[in-house]
Design a protein around this ligand. Structure first.
Ligand code: SF4
Length: 362
């Protein structure tokens, strides 16, 4: 007669539409290693119904500025289940570990957890989310080493994941791929054909590298029902490859094009205007993404070429921007919010900031 092990998987705070992939894989690993075990899931602090005596408690982490919730969970579960071994991992604790109080039964893991890496996600462990997409990745790491990106420290070696196809749950309608840089993969051609064979809509939601996108890759990618197609426009110097990539996409597919636009890193507000203006003229959707240092504890920390007024003004402007459907068709709406030039843009951000201040004073 086997012993019925119990395990608890904890997501300290749920801020994204996707369940924690690491814990979904760990769930499959535990069910494989401890046949007949029971795996419970919990968001934040709580005692799942039916759980008595967990053998291990696995706690994940995501944004470093949410590590306080991870610490609360470690404390709560150490107190509640003093005999259980607690294992903590994920991005948040991998980037900043020092502030965690580590008790004797708490084990911190930094970086990828390779023991579970090659397991498929357990699609029953969705932490209460209704999931309509499979999640997978054909590769880990990225060879570019952009200064603002944590992939280099989390996944320092680029490697391919053979057999990623088994991650796909054919009952789910979509496929979401989390490759950091699919176009760097030596298996690119083979994996494109595999993905195409599922005949489902696929989203590489970390983006496709416009600087590596060429006619050959566009033709192969066009075999997949890719929608949307996402690129990034992190620096003004990347304009040419990005514009070339956008016209190639338009030749090969009808997919909606979305472009992540990083700001508040080493760019200036004027450079941000330049990039979102280029995209607006091209008629593609720009998704501004604010750089936030892993050390940012929750305040709006301005980058070296920003200040808190302009940054706050831009954040407030995004409320209008998103409300207007991200302004892709109408130049007028874009110009009304952001102006006709870099200097008008900055002036508008100051006025938005001042206006917001004045309403708060009333
Ligand atoms: S290309 Fe993307 S994944 Fe690679 S280092 Fe740069 S931002 Fe990170």
């Amino acid at each position: 007669m086997g012993f019925n092990y119990e395990f608890l998987l904890v997501e300290p705070i749920a801020k994204t539409p996707y369940p924690p992939l690491g814990l979904m894989k760990i769930s499959s690993m535990l069910k494989d290693k401890y046949k007949g075990c029971s795996v419970y899931t919990q968001i934040g602090i709580g005692r799942p119904e039916g759980l008595n005596n967990p053998f291990q408690i696995w706690i994940t982490s995501l944004f470093t500025w949410d590590n306080k919730h991870v610490i609360e969970c470690i404390k709560f579960y150490s107190r509640t289940y003093p005999k259980s071994e607690i294992r903590v991992g994920g991005i948040g604790v991998s980037l900043i570990e020092d502030e965690l109080e580590i008790g004797s039964n708490v084990n911190i893991h930094k970086g990828l957890y390779l023991d579970a890496e090659f397991y498929s996600p357990d699609y029953t462990a969705t932490f209460g989310r209704k999931l309509n997409t499979s999640i997978s990745l054909t590769s880990r790491g990225c060879k570019r080493g952009c200064g603002f990106c944590s992939v280099g420290s989390l996944e320092p070696k680029f490697f391919v994941r053979d057999n990623w196809e088994k991650d796909i749950n054919t009952d789910l309608r979509y496929i979401t791929m989390w490759d950091n840089n699919f176009l760097q993969s030596p298996n690119f051609e083979k994996d494109c054909l595999s993905l195409a064979s599922f005949n489902k809509t696929v989203d590489f939601n970390q983006g496709i590298d416009a600087r590596l996108y060429d006619t050959y890759k566009a033709e192969l990618l066009s075999k997949i029902k890719l929608n949307p197609i996402r690129f990034a426009f992190d620096k003004v110097e990347h304009e040419k490859p990005l514009i070339d990539a956008i016209s190639l996409v338009r030749k090969h597919s009808n997919a909606e094009i979305r472009v992540y636009v990083l700001y508040n890193f080493d760019d200036s507000p004027e450079e941000l205007y330049y990039r979102i203006n280029v995209l607006n003229k091209e008629g593609v959707l720009a998704f501004p993404m604010r750089y936030r240092s892993p050390l940012d504890k929750g305040t709006l920390m301005p980058g070296p070429k920003w200040n808190k007024f302009v940054l706050r003004g831009f954040n407030l402007s995004l409320l209008f921007y998103y409300k207007k459907g991200l302004i892709k068709k109408s130049r007028d709406a874009f110009v009304k919010i952001y102006g006709n030039s870099e200097s008008e843009f900055v002036e508008k951000l100051y006025s938005i900031y001042r206006y917001d201040k004045s309403i708060k004073r009333k």
